[in-house]
Ligand binder design. Structure first.
Ligand code: SF4
Length: 362
């Protein structure tokens, strides 16, 4: 299946609704044409600024509109972010994602995150940030800092969107995506299923993603994590096979994109996750937290990936050592510590993670 940007909702709906085994067989075949099905990309997502967000996303415990008992936290110091990135690298993650609960950051906040991006990139990791809406100029600042990916999800179809968020429009989101694209930073953009939307809405989301030209390099598909206190708590649970169908359709509609099985893995069986990986997902978040919600944890993931004969992707460092000095003026503890990472170091880490030895905590 070639790269297309002219998908219609009718086509996508028919794709998701195909005979299950036919859908999975084709999705897996397309997956194999571009990717090694035994390799999974691993990322770590860290909440660098938590809660007190003025937006009203009905699924989100970080919204200030809902009482979920979450304690807001200010923007982390760059030194602490870099420490967390080092731990992520040691756990086998190749990408470090920094999430901040902002509607739209100020220029000063972008400058602080840009410092963290430079420092984390210097470790030899891919960097990703999700900070809310960005202006064209802010996207450019992050690009100059070396940001690899920017995450900004469309969440759902344009038709269902108003049921979930009222404080910013679908167009606002598309504008940020365009600003990021223009800056040269790669796009991480996906959505959430299980919010009470219909299959037609899931098709509508995939069509919006597939109409982006080029397709987002990374497409996270999240299963709603129902948090008490949020409006979507108590929503009827989605049939898990609909998640598999959605991932298979995403693989077919965006054959060259990395599809990430994101939030909600803690409530999935291993068998369901295996089906999702078979259907075309090839990326997960490691760690026991995803921003503020639970994630399976590294011991569990190591065991599951071993049972699936799957290995983690290894970061592609330059053959020479990668050396970086963080230049964050606000944190001298980091600013004078050069960080040296070699390809061998990373390969060794990945090998340790693949083994069942307990010497490395994933
Ligand atoms: S999803 Fe993001 S923008 Fe929406 S309330 Fe949560 S932190 Fe704010």
């Amino acid at each position: 299946m070639g790269i297309r940007h002219d998908w219609t909702v009718v086509e996508a709906d028919a794709l998701i609704g195909r005979a299950f085994h036919d859908l999975l067989a084709e999705a897996h075949e397309v997956h194999r044409q571009t990717f090694d099905p035994q390799v999974v990309e691993a990322a770590i997502l860290l909440s660098i600024k938590t809660g007190a967000c003025p937006e009203d996303c009905a699924y989100c415990p970080q919204s200030s509109k809902y009482d979920t008992g979450l304690e807001p936290e200010r923007l982390m110091a760059t030194a602490d972010i870099v420490d967390a990135a080092r731990n992520a690298l040691a756990s086998g993650a190749t990408r470090f994602c920094m999430g901040a609960a902002w509607r739209s950051p100020t220029d000063r906040q972008v400058a602080l995150v840009a410092d963290a991006v430079r420092a984390v990139g210097g470790l030899g990791m891919e960097t990703c940030a999700t900070l809310g809406m960005l202006t064209s100029d802010q996207a450019q600042r992050l690009a100059e800092a070396g940001l690899d990916f920017y995450n900004h999800n469309l969440d759902t179809s344009p038709e269902f969107y108003g049921e979930v968020i009222t404080t910013r429009t679908y167009e606002d989101r598309l504008d940020t995506l365009a600003n990021v694209r223009e800056s040269g930073v790669k796009l991480c953009c996906g959505g959430i299923v299980g919010m009470g939307e219909s299959r037609l809405d899931r098709a509508g989301l995939l069509v919006q993603l597939a109409r982006l030209d080029p397709h987002p390099e990374s497409v996270p598909i999240n299963l709603l994590v129902q948090v008490p206190g949020t409006p979507l708590y108590g929503t009827d649970k989605l049939d898990p096979l609909e998640l598999v169908r959605t991932i298979a359709a995403a693989r077919l509609m965006m054959p060259a994109s990395v599809v990430r099985l994101s939030a909600g893995r803690s409530q999935m069986t291993d068998e369901l996750q295996a089906l999702c990986l078979h259907a075309g997902a090839n990326s997960v978040f490691l760690g026991d937290r995803l921003l503020t919600t639970p994630n399976p944890g590294n011991d569990h993931d190591r065991d599951l990936l071993d049972r699936l004969d799957t290995t983690l992707a290894v970061v592609d460092l330059p053959t020479s050592t990668a050396t970086s000095t963080c230049t964050n003026a606000t944190d001298s503890a980091v600013s004078h510590v050069p960080v040296t990472v070699t390809r061998d170091t990373v390969s060794t880490m990945a090998a340790q993670i693949r083994s069942t030895s307990s010497s490395v905590e994933m």
